[in-house]
Design a protein around this ligand. Sequence first.
Ligand SMILES: [Zn+2]
Length: 384
Amino acid sequence: MSRHVLAKLTTAIVMLAVLIIGGQELYAHRHYEEPVVLGPGVTRVERLSDYFEPLRGTMNDSVVYVLEGEEEGGKAFIFGGSHPGEVAGTLAAIVLVENAVVRQGTLYIVPHMNRSGSTGTQPSGGYPLYYHIDTAFGSRKFRMGDRVTHPLDQWPDPDVYIHYPSGQSLSYVEIRNSNRCWPGRPNGTLTEQTNYAAMELIRKHDVNIAVDFHEAELMYPVTNCIVAPSKSASIATMAAINLSIDFDIHTEPSPPGYRGLSHREIGDHSDAYPFLIEVPEPFLDQPTGPKTESLLLEGKDEILMRAGDKGLLFVEFDESGKPIELRVGRHLSTTMSLLEEWNNFSPDLQISIEAPDYYDLMDNGVGAFLRDPDTADPSMVVFD
Ligand SMILES: [Zn+2]
């Protein structure tokens, strides 16, 4: 065997070893299912494919947790994980599933709206594969995700993404961005089909309000806010005024000309009133230190603080950071404030719930509101 052939063979073996060893971790992450313990308010567990059959068996056949009150009333569709790297949204939805009690009305909760995107992290982003929330019984392990649908589930991207039904041209990668693919369509991509299933749920049940949980960079102006189209604006404004006693929050209008977003299309293609909530996640900013699990959960970063000193941030940022309990707590209190304003706005369709709020989360942490899947009745544990 010549030296050339030997060198090529050695290189091939090394490359193969790297692929196999590295690939195993990615394979395990893609197939890791998070246990979710059904709380006292959950009355039914459904899947998005119950509303659009072709999703069955796909990575995006996301779980829908239904919490029905004893008294009939209004209906809310609450979802996290449109952007799976914005983990406070998914966690806030799970805290609701495991803790909320509905007195009147119905909640439909989807923690992983774009589940496919939660089965892989950002290529070359250096992200952790998982994050862990400490609890009294040990830690709960969750998948860290990317912003968009996993390329193994939807590929290739076109040069230009044409939004349906508006025909607006958007950047190529937005074709895998759940929050650019509303209202979706039955014969579209996996991402469009997923949103179509959610629209079918909204239309079938005459859902009144839809709440989409997100997180945003501190260098991005649309954070610490509720985004709402004009039909939802008065409810959002009243909620923001009430919440401003607790934390810094404002409303942002949903631009009528920017298509594909939940706060625009859900309201235009159903009778529901949509809201999108943004909270600050330092991990998402580009000028930070390494993208570690502690940056994700504690939200502290010296480089970003220096950016703040130079006036480059749109939110207050100091040594206390933006910890996960603050971000999850903001989502929960904002949702409850929106429900309260909905009830004032529409007294015949009340949605009355009890759930942990911002102060509960700040005092006790997220882990205090997660249940132990190992000691729970196995029939009450769903793998999501
Ligand atoms: Zn987002």
